[in-house]
Write a protein that binds this ligand. Sequence first.
Ligand code: ADP
Ligand code: MG
Length: 342
Amino acid sequence: MSNKRTEISELGEFGLIDHLNSQVKIKNSSSLKGIGDDAAVIDAGDHVKVVSTDLLLEGVHFDLAYAPLPHVGFKAVAVNVSDIAAMNAIPKQITVSIALSNRFSVEAVDALYSGIHAACEHYGVDLVGGDTTASRSGLVISVTVIGEAKKEELSYRSGAKVNDILCVTGDLGAALVGLQILEREKQVFLSNPDMKPELEKYTIVTGRQLKADARMDIIHELRELGVVPTSMMDISDGLASEIFHICKASGVGATIYEDKLPIDKQTFDTAVELNLDPITCVLNGGEDYELLFTIDQKDFAKLEKHPDIHFIGHITKAEEGKYLVTKSGTAVQIKAQGWKHF
Ligand code: ADP
Ligand code: MG
């Protein structure tokens, strides 16, 4: 060990994960995919298991000043299920680990678990274990989810091919804009507790922040239509960042079109009100938990009429780079911002 000290911020979150991954050597032939996708893939004989885990910290990922405990519980499950959806697999079991400070009562834990149970019903998963421990400050929730698929059903980040069509579900940017509204109203309340927060106008965007939902509905529909995306991931860090991940893993480039990007009217209007550029919110907003995927052109006709799947661009050769074509027709290079945790 030398005395050298490297700041984590020098590597960033993804650089740190690459650094950790470089120290891992897989020993078991059943470990089909390790670090680097939305979930790990484990051989289980006639099918594969997919496993993903996420850690949520009070004050970092949620703020109990405006996030009700049942919503926090639901979201903790939903963000994990979203990573299973991103593999084109079906979630089956979860484990839930919690760390609690003495600020929390049994009633508070019940409120948290009411959301966890509601999510288990909604996604058809069983809660099969976990761990409980004390925390010095605040609430920590870690959920692990296990899903199943047939090997040939899986969609990795690495399968996008030149000329594939880039698709996104739903609309983007709402969760980020919703967070800005919740933060603004919290500050107003803190400076004057008699003021009633003005939230009625913003229910769509605040709902998208507080009530995350994984797009399992889309996964079931893709199966019914007989479409296996050539690559897929969920949009947790922002569209631009996720396009970078797919392009890097697949060794390709991408062109997307501003006029094809899906944004809800309330997201657009609220972004403008907050002096934010709506397209920047779509490209860099996190926590939407929509799906980004690519399909072979032969599958386009099967999805063409789907009301909630948007065709935002196509895959190009790596050397052609990653571009956004604006409404005026200029191509600008996409920058991956993502969330900066460090
Ligand atoms: P997602 O946003 O889809 O949850 P992440 O960006 O958190 O994915 O993680 C990307 C990959 O890195 C995943 O394969 C994940 O399992 C892995 N990973 C993240 N943190 C660690 C860690 N501390 N140790 C080992 N693997 C990690
Ligand atoms: Mg993911």
